[in-house]
Design a binder for this molecule. Structure first.
Ligand code: 4AD
Ligand code: MG
Length: 430
């Protein structure tokens, strides 16, 4: 019977064949331990000299790392391994012998591993991060579907720049100029007026010259947008969504979190509602923590966000930022013109901002004025302005950065490990 490692629990005591790679191997004169991986999981195969032919034992003893094999054997429960099962191997058939696999079990430098990302993905750690990423994507679709959202796909090639014009990837679009999407938001606002509650999931691009553990040039964003939702309603969707994905990973990725050595107690606590502080309160906290230089109107950098996050064991919303710090489309607060109805959600443990969101301006005149102030009053935004002309309603939305969220939940240090093929300031390869 041919099966996969993920399915072996159904075959205890039975003989099965699995197509696999040799992740690692240990052997002595009498026994060989094969660390098998097949994409669905990792499992140990035990080859006992006395139980197989001499030919098979020699084959198992000499098999090289990353050689592909069909391995046959009896599945048995194994209490010592976190996986819970192992295989008593009866036959090994080599499909393709791997020679001199570059990533050995010894330590390698980051640049070396990044150069070999196409192979590094096979490692147990990277496999675990990708499985967690996949679970977050799966749970995202589950959450928004059960909440009655429709998935809408905004374009990647665009003529507009929602998050400011300085970080755009420019390309020719026949005789016109086009940019790679920084955010699908403006299109999602149009979609919300057509479908009510919508979400998108797709790649976004920022030509940011930032070289930090939180910045990618190409990253994936989940962007929900809701008609008739005001500022507060928006925060409730966000805290419920983030709690849902964390709890889903805890439920479905125990093994992977274990491989990564993630402190799951910290994740267990992540349940809505999340604490909320205003920008003004955050600034006061920073002054109390000894950040003397920062003054009203300054943006928070990574050290500031980390210092604020330290006071909470939950993600924390920082709301009501100064208008001058934020994009043109944000609705001003009712009682104060100098701040907007926005919130950044800051993850715990120093992972920084994982969500940016706001209520959007729905008054046509005000939006027009803001576009002018930002030098954007042109053809590219004409259609966007028109959304305010025909039955304009209050609406809100947000964008969650997938890679920062994966990094936080997995507990990996840098976002380069939370996307299969990272695009970084100095890296377009592999
Ligand atoms: O805060 P940002 O720029 O917000 C927007 O783009 C809004 N238009 C979203 C919306 O309201 N629909 O980006 C949203 C999130 C950030 O909180 C962060 O998690 C992630 O996207 N992000 C990045 N992740 C990795 N690398 C980068 N360079 C990122 N820039 C933003
Ligand atoms: Mg932001």
């Amino acid at each position: 019977m041919k099966t996969t490692i993920s399915q072996v629990s159904q075959y205890t005591g039975k003989e099965v064949t699995i197509g696999a790679w040799i992740a690692n191997k240990r052997s002595s004169g009498k026994i060989a331990f094969l660390q098998l991986r097949d994409g669905t999981g990792f499992m140990q195969g035990v080859v006992v000299k006395a139980e197989v032919s001499e030919e098979i034992f020699q084959k198992a003893k000499s098999v090289t790392q990353e050689t592909s094999v069909y391995v046959t054997g009896i599945i048995r429960e194994d209490e010592r391994s976190p996986f819970g099962f192992e295989m008593g191997v009866t036959n090994v058939e080599v499909i393709h012998e791997a020679v001199d696999y570059p990533i050995t079990p010894k330590e390698h430098g980051t640049e070396f591993l990044m150069d070999h990302r196409h192979l590094w993905l096979r490692s147990k750690r990277q496999h675990s991060v990708m499985k967690i990423r996949n679970e977050i994507i799966r749970a995202t679709y589950e959450f928004f579907n059960k909440e009655g959202f429709a998935k809408v796909d905004p374009p990647i090639l665009t003529g507009s720049a929602p998050e400011g014009t300085s970080e755009l990837f420019h390309t020719k679009y026949f005789d016109e100029d086009a940019y790679l999407s920084q955010s699908g938001q403006l299109y999602m606002e149009a979609a919300a007026m057509a479908l009510g509650k919508v979400f998108s999931f797709g790649p976004t691009f920022r030509a940011e010259k930032s070289k930090t553990r939180r910045h990618l040039i190409e990253f994936w964003m989940i962007e929900p947008e809701m008609a008739f939702y005001e500022f507060e309603d928006n925060l409730i969707v966000q805290e419920n969504y983030v709690s849902f994905i964390v709890q889903s990973v805890l439920e479905n990725c125990r093994l992977e979190l274990g491989v990564l050595g993630r402190d799951t107690e910290k994740l267990e606590k992540i349940k809505a509602p999340f604490p909320r502080i205003t920008y003004d309160e955050a600034l006061k906290m920073l002054h109390e923590k000894g950040f003397d230089d920062i003054k009203w109107g300054d943006d928070f950098g990574a050290p500031h966000e980390t210092a604020i996050a330290e006071s909470f064991d939950m993600p924390v919303f920082i709301t009501h930022y100064p208008t001058s710090l934020k994009p043109f489309y944000m609705q001003p607060a009712k009682d104060r013109e100098d701040v907007v109805l926005c919130a950044d959600l800051i993850a715990p443990e120093g992972y920084g901002e994982i969500i940016g969101g706001s209520e959007r301006i729905h008054d046509q005149e005000l939006l027009k004025q803001r576009l002018e102030e930002h030098g954007l009053e042109n053809e590219a935004y004409k259609w966007y302005l028109e959304l305010r002309k025909y039955g304009s309603v209050p609406h809100s939305g947000f964008g969650l950065g997938l890679e920062r969220t994966v990094a936080w939940i997995s507990g990996v240090e840098h976002v380069r490990e939370s996307i299969p093929f990272p695009r970084l300031l100095n890296r377009l390869y592999p």
